[in-house]
Write a protein that binds this ligand. Structure first.
Ligand SMILES: Cc1cc2nc3c(=O)[nH]c(=O)nc-3n(C[C@H](O)[C@H](O)[C@H](O)COP(=O)(O)OP(=O)(O)OC[C@H]3O[C@@H](n4cnc5c(N)ncnc54)[C@H](O)[C@@H]3O)c2cc1C
Length: 391
C-alpha cells in the first residue's frame, strides 16, 4: 500500500503551498487533485492581488511574511528559474467621504505600530500628484508601493515543482472519496486511484472543505459566496503603471493587467453550495464599470466605446469565515486530521505564510496556542471589534 507522512486533499494554491512547506520540513508528501491540473478552481478565478494593508495584526503579519516569500521566490524555493509574474505597483485605497481620512489616519497608525512602516497617508491633491487619473472628488487615500499582484497559476506550479523536487508526489485527476479513520486516528484515504496511507491528512479542498469535513463531524464555519471579476482585454486609456485602485467607500476596485485591466465590485449574494461550475453574470461588467468610475473617471470614456468582445467575466466562490481569516487547525477528536481553508478571498496572498504555519504546527515547531488561525478564536467573536477594511 503506498505510504507517505502526509496526504493533501486538493491542489489549489493552498494545497500546493502546503505540499511545499511540508516537503521542506522533511515530510513525505502525497497530494491529490481531482481536476486535470493544479489551480483550476477558485485559484484560477482570483484577481491575483496581494496587500499587507490590513486592519488586523494577524493579517498584517501573515501578508508581510507571504510578500517577503514572493519577493524572494527563487531563494526561498531554491528554483533558480522561478517566475511568478510579480508586479509591485501598490494598492491605493481612495475616499471621497470627508469623514474617512480621520479613520484612515487611525488605521495607518495601527498598521505602522504592527510592522507596516511603508504605508502612506495622502490628501486628495497628493493622491492626484502621484496618480493624476484619480477623481477631483477624492479627499484622501492610503498607499503602499510593495503591494501588488502576481500569477496564481505560476505560483501554484512553483510551489508544486519545488515540492516534487523535495520528494512530494502529486496526482491530478484523482478524487479523494473518503478519509480512513480508525481508533480515533487518520490512516489514509480512498481515492479513484486506490487506497493511500498516511498518519496525517490535510484537507485543502477550497470550497469543498466544509462539506468534506462535515462527514467527520467537523463543522467548519464557512459560507460560500460567489464573487466575480471582469477583464478588459486592451485599451489605450488605461494607465499601465496604476496601482490596484480601490474605492474605499464602496469596495469597487480595478488594476491594470498587461494592456488591459481587471475590475471588480462585490454584489449581494446568498451563500451557495460548492460547485465546479460557477456561472458568471453578463450584467456584471456594467456594474463593475459603474463602480470604478467614481474614483477613476477615465473609465466613463472607456465604457462608452466598449463592446462585448472586449470583455471577459470570471466567477468563483469565496470560502468566507465569520472573521474573514483562514482556518488552520486540527480536528477536535480525530488525531492527524488538519484543515487549511477558509481564506475568505485572500488565499493567493496568504498561501505562503499559512502553509508555513501549518507545517510548523504539524512538526511541533509551533504550539497550537500560538496559532492565530485556529477555530478557538471564533468562540470569542466579540473580542475583535476593530474596524474592517472594505475588501
Ligand atoms: C473572483 C475572485 C477574486 C479573488 N481575488 C483574490 C485576490 O486578489 N487575492 C487573493 O489572495 N485571493 C483572491 N481570491 C481568493 C483566492 O482565489 C482563494 O482564496 C484561493 O484560490 C483558495 O485556494 P484553495 O486552494 O483553498 O482553493 P481552490 O483553488 O478552490 O482549490 C481547491 C482544490 O481542491 C480540489 N478538490 C476538492 N475536493 C477534492 C477531492 N475530494 N479530491 C481531490 N481534489 C479535490 C478542487 O478541485 C480544487 O482544485 C479571489 C477569489 C475569487 C473567487
Amino acid at each position: 500500500m503506498p505510504t507517505s507522512d502526509v496526504i493533501i486533499i486538493g491542489g489549489g494554491i493552498v494545497g500546493a503551498a502546503s505540499a511545499f512547506f511540508c516537503a521542506q520540513a522533511g515530510l513525505g508528501v502525497t497530494l491529490f487533485e481531482k481536476r486535470e491540473a493544479l489551480g483550476l478552481l477558485t485559484t484560477a478565478a482570483s484577481l491575483a492581488a496581494f496587500r499587507a494593508q490590513f486592519a488586523e495584526a494577524e493579517n498584517i503579519a501573515m501578508m508581510l511574511e507571504s510578500i517577503s516569500f514572493f519577493e524572494n521566490i527563487r531563494e526561498r524555493t531554491g528554483l533558480a528559474d522561478a517566475d511568478i509574474g510579480m508586479v509591485q505597483q501598490g494598492y491605493l485605497f481612495c475616499t471621497t467621504n470627508p469623514e474617512t481620512p480621520a479613520r484612515m489616519q487611525k488605521r495607518v497608525a495601527f498598521q505602522r505600530a504592527h510592522g507596516l512602516a511603508d504605508v502612506e497617508l495622502w490628501d486628495g491633491d497628493e493622491t492626484r500628484k502621484h496618480f493624476p487619473f484619480v477623481s477631483a472628488e477624492v479627499v484622501g487615500a492610503t498607499y503602499r508601493a510593495r503591494d501588488g499582484w502576481l500569477s496564481p497559476n505560476d505560483l501554484t506550479n512553483v510551489y508544486a515543482r519545488a515540492a516534487v523536487r523535495d520528494g512530494a508526489q502529486i496526482f491530478n485527476e484523482t478524487n479523494v472519496q473518503e478519509i480512513i479513520v480508525s481508533g480515533g486516528m487518520t490512516r489514509g484515504v480512498r481515492t479513484t486511484r486506490g487506497e493511500y496511507h498516511a498518519p496525517l491528512i490535510i484537507l485543502a479542498a477550497g470550497p469543498y472543505a466544509r462539506r468534506f469535513a462535515a462527514r467527520y463531524e467537523w463543522d467548519l464555519p464557512i459560507n460560500l459566496i460567489r464573487r466575480q471579476h471582469a477583464a478588459i482585454k486592451e485599451n489605450a486609456l488605461i494607465p499601465r503603471d496604476a496601482p490596484m485602485t480601490i474605492d474605499a467607500d464602496t469596495g469597487a476596485h480595478w488594476r491594470p493587467e498587461g494592456r488591459g485591466a481587471i475590475l471588480a465590485i462585490n454584489t449581494d449574494e446568498a451563500p451557495g453550495e460548492p460547485t465546479d461550475d460557477i456561472k458568471p453574470d453578463w450584467e456584471y461588467p456594467a456594474l463593475a464599470l459603474d463602480g470604478v468610475m467614481r474614483v477613476s473617471p477615465f473609465w466613463e470614456q472607456i465604457a462608452e466605446t466598449l463592446r462585448k468582445g472586449d470583455l471577459d467575466v470570471r466567477a468563483g466562490q469565496y470560502d468566507m469565515t465569520p472573521d474573514a481569516k483562514p482556518i488552520i487547525d486540527t480536528h477536535p477528536h480525530i488525531r492527524g486530521l488538519y484543515v487549511h481553508c477558509g481564506y475568505s478571498g485572500h488565499g493567493v496572498m496568504g498561501s505562503a505564510a499559512g502553509a508555513r504555519i501549518l507545517a510548523d504546527l504539524i512538526t511541533g515547531k509551533a504550539k497550537p496556542a500560538d496559532n492565530a488561525f485556529g477555530m478557538e478564536r471564533l468562540k470569542h467573536p466579540d473580542a475583535d471589534t476593530r474596524e474592517k477594511m472594505v475588501l
